[in-house]
Design a protein around this ligand. Structure first.
Ligand SMILES: Cc1cc2nc3c(=O)[nH]c(=O)nc-3n(C[C@H](O)[C@H](O)[C@H](O)COP(=O)(O)OP(=O)(O)OC[C@H]3O[C@@H](n4cnc5c(N)ncnc54)[C@H](O)[C@@H]3O)c2cc1C
Length: 283
């Protein structure tokens, strides 16, 4: 087996950063069981001057597997992050006729009806008048309509679902987890990067400090400090085709009725679109 890198530096401060830190710390912990070698050191570098995106509060089902891997139960993290369950996304008024549809998360429970659904979609593409509304085929749609939480369903049902959560509180939770696993948290802003071909040798901080590592993880968001800038990886921008490249997030009191809190809502507007993400304490 290839030896683990002994020094890892993660550059960032947002969601990707804390998730990478926790994931790597856990992977090292699991790989070190019965091993006497010193554990690799993870250093997290966070800038005090550059802010995070700070939104991104609706997940896909993969977040569940992430917490399973960390060994963290829903009881522990969901309460801390004011989280709710998410069974899918409703897209409202997106056609000129003002139609809406619900995009469900697919589960093993849906195997029989999913086959029927995809067969209907294929026939519809060939001009047949088939019912292709996913809400008529998938369990998640039924649960949203009836307000049934995935936890109210037997665990043997093998249901897939996701979450809504407060991104700031999730960062706090993951920070605590990562620190408990022994990661070193450092405040500093990257000023310069010394790359040798496709390898990064070291980074230099604003105060002149030099950080060397065997593995650097770039979690600097859109800036792509290490990959995009230092290693000149290509980024294809579509900015010239965007009608709107700005978003305004306005937290309100919790407006979703309990029966509607199991979905993200994405509502088309005349000049953009609006989203509703229901948490336990706010929308
Ligand atoms: C309106 C909107 C809605 C969204 N909704 C969702 C959603 O529902 N679900 C979802 O999964 N995603 C969503 N996203 C996307 C999601 O928010 C982002 O993908 C995610 O937050 C990006 O996190 P990040 O950690 O990669 O980057 P960022 O949050 O941008 O963090 C980058 C970090 O890099 C640090 N950094 C930058 N330069 C330096 C430097 N020189 N030195 C040191 N540190 C530096 C910054 O300080 C910052 O902490 C949404 C995005 C937007 C804009």
């Amino acid at each position: 087996m290839k030896a683990l890198p002994q020094d890892i530096v993660i550059v960032g401060g947002g969601t990707a950063y804390w998730m990478s830190a926790c994931y790597l710390a856990r992977a090292i912990e699991l790989s070190q069981t019965n091993v006497k070698a010193p554990a690799p050191q993870i250093t997290l570098l966070e800038s005090a001057d550059i802010s995070t995106v700070g939104v991104g509060e609706g997940s896909t089902p993969y977040l569940r597997y992430f917490f399973d891997y960390l060994g963290v139960t829903e009881d522990a993290w969901m309460q801390h992050c004011n989280a709710t369950y998410k069974m899918g996304i409703s897209f409202e008024k997106w056609t000129s006729a003002g139609d809406s549809y619900f995009h469900p998360f697919f589960s093993a429970l849906d195997m029989p009806t999913a086959d029927m659904y995809f067969s209907a979609v294929n026939k519809r593409r060939h001009g047949y008048a088939e019912d292709v509304n996913p809400s008529h085929y998938f369990t998640a749609a039924h649960m949203v309509n009836e307000g049934i939480s995935p936890q109210a369903v037997s665990s043997s049902a093998n249901l897939d679902y996701a979450y809504h959560f407060d991104a700031g509180l999730l960062g706090d939770f993951l920070k605590h987890y990562a620190k408990q696993k022994g990661v070193c948290h450092k405040i500093g802003t990257v000023q310069d990067i010394a790359a040798n071909g496709q390898n990064i040798d070291h980074i230099v901080l604003h105060d002149g400090e030099v950080l060397k590592a065997e593995l650097f993880v770039d979690c600097s968001g859109f800036r792509g400090l290490l990959g995009k800038q230092a290693l000149a990886r290509t980024f294809t921008s579509y900015a010239d085709t965007l009608f709107n490249d700005a978003a305004v997030a306005i937290p309100s009191v919790a407006v979703a009725q309990p029966t509607k809190a199991l979905q993200t809502r994405s509502i088309a507007l005349k000049h953009g679109w609006q989203w509703h993400i229901p948490l336990t304490n706010r929308t």
